[in-house]
Design a protein around this ligand. Structure first.
Ligand SMILES: Cc1cc2nc3c(=O)[nH]c(=O)nc-3n(C[C@H](O)[C@H](O)[C@H](O)COP(=O)(O)O)c2cc1C
Length: 424
């Protein structure tokens, strides 16, 4: 398959899929010299052979049509924010401790007074039905089995109640604020009835970031180009596992939409066009007061705003630039984490996301003061590659890497981590 992506999305080297049929590398890893054979990520059908998140990514790219790959991967405008997310992690190096007894290692944490075996959760992502039928139920099942929270997006293609029915799930509901006030209040009331543990108010998408590369796949807003449709037709496996129940719909938002705007792309465009541009701290405080359980704000980057979240009674903040998909040229969450922690101390749960692809990324975030990390694309790669088993494989890869890297770092527990394990 030919699907060249810009090198900014990769970690200095590209998957064979990204590099196109020439297999040409845009960059080389240090172990490759001169005419040494080119390296390839695994992109075949066997999940056991996926050693890293990058392998799952290559598998996903092979299976998905190009327009879905662009939706999954793309960042806004110049993709500078997207690139910064990876570069921020890369800018930290470890200072490992030597001769520590690491015969047992513990990566469990406590989040909102509940123990969880892994220090990360699954981020909210909308339109997952483009990657797999019943995608959010599959993500939720894998999360529940692993004992980690799953945050379901307002733009989910599965009903909130269907996800809530997944046994043992820590179900968090992500709220987008669009249309009349009654819409958001209805969704909040539904989330309460569905026993969601937390409400996550996303505030960084009131305007839709321009993911230009994705837009180039469309002839008009809401209509794929003929080339994209023909290319999608070359992916029968994707069609069989994704469109078997017909085109996905926005199961939780549909009732609020005009009857003639309920098609898949049309409804996405309607919601985008009706995002509430007046959303402010007063409204965030009102929603906080409306919601009886844990309340988090997702999408803050400025430490002043993080402090303000404390004053409206938020329980947590997700430092995030939306995976590089909204405002371009922002800092990465990791860049502001230490300052945010310095300002709020232990008064607020701080979670970070953006660019988490490795166990070492999670360890760096924890060492810099995060209570936990979120993974967005990483578990979507697994989902697109192989459904629920692929998500589980992604989670297992993180678990294995974190465990091994704790040992190599000379830390018995993630609770022992601190900035003294890192240098820039
Ligand atoms: C395909 C895709 C869809 C997303 N949809 C949403 C969404 O509906 N709501 C939201 O709050 N964040 C959304 N995000 C942002 C993620 O929650 C998260 O902040 C981001 O993916 C983290 O970066 P990462 O993908 O590098 O891990 C989306 C991200 C992606 C990649």
């Amino acid at each position: 398959m030919r699907f060249p992506l810009r090198s900014s999305v990769s970690r200095g080297y590209t998957t064979p899929v990204e590099a196109g049929s020439t297999g040409a590398k845009l960059d080389r890893t240090p172990a490759e010299k001169g005419r040494s054979p080119p390296r390839r990520f695994y992109a075949g059908p066997s999940l056991e052979r996926a050693r890293t998140i990058d392998d799952l990514r290559a598998m996903a790219h092979r299976r998905l049509p190009a327009f879905a790959v662009e939706y999954l991967e793309g960042g806004a405008e110049e993709e500078a924010t997207l690139a910064r997310n990876l570069a921020a992690f890369a800018s930290y190096r470890f200072l490992p401790r030597a001769l520590v007894d690491v015969s047992s290692r513990d990566q469990s944490i406590s989040l909102f007074d509940r123990a969880m075996p892994l220090p990360f959760a699954i981020a909210p992502t909308g339109l997952n039905g483009l990657f797999r039928n019943k995608a959010d139920v599959l993500l939720a099942r894998a999360a529940a089995e692993a004992g980690i929270p799953f945050i379901q997006s307002t733009m989910s293609n599965d009903r909130m109640e269907d996800v809530a029915a997944v046994p043992n799930l820590r179900h968090w509901w992500q709220l987008y604020v669009f249309g009349e006030r009654s819409i958001r209040d209805t969704l909040v009331a539904r989330a309460e009835r569905a026993h969601c543990e937390a409400l996550v108010l996303t505030i960084d998408a009131q305007f839709y970031g321009d993911r230009e590369w994705e837009q180039r796949r469309f002839a008009h807003p809401g209509r794929l180009s003929l080339g994209s449709i023909l290319e999608a037709a070359l992916h029968p496996l994707w069609a069989a596992t994704t469109l078997s129940g017909g085109m996905p719909s926005f199961a939780n938002a549909l009732d609020f939409l005009p009857k003639d705007r309920r098609g898949f792309f049309e409804s996405a465009f309607w919601i985008r066009a009706n995002m509430d541009h007046a959303l402010d701290w007063d409204e965030a405080a009102r929603l906080r007061d409306l919601w009886p359980r844990m309340f988090l704000i997702k999408g803050l980057l400025n430490p002043d705003d993080v402090q303000r979240a404390v004053s409206i009674g938020a329980d947590g903040v997700i430092l995030s630039n939306h995976g590089g998909r909204q405002l371009d040229w922002t800092v990465a969450a990791l860049d502001v984490l230490q300052e945010a922690r310095r300002r709020v101390g232990a008064r607020l749960t701080l979670i970070v996301d953006g660019g988490v692809r490795r166990g070492t990324d999670v360890l760096k975030a924890l060492a810099l003061g995060a209570d936990a990390a979120l993974v967005g694309r990483a578990t979507l790669y697994g989902l697109a590659a192989a459904g629920q088993n692929g998500v589980t494989r992604a989670i297992d890869i993180f678990r294995e890497e974190i465990d091994r890297d704790l040992g190599l770092l000379g830390a018995r527990s993630v609770k022992d981590l601190g900035p003294d394990f890192l240098t820039r």
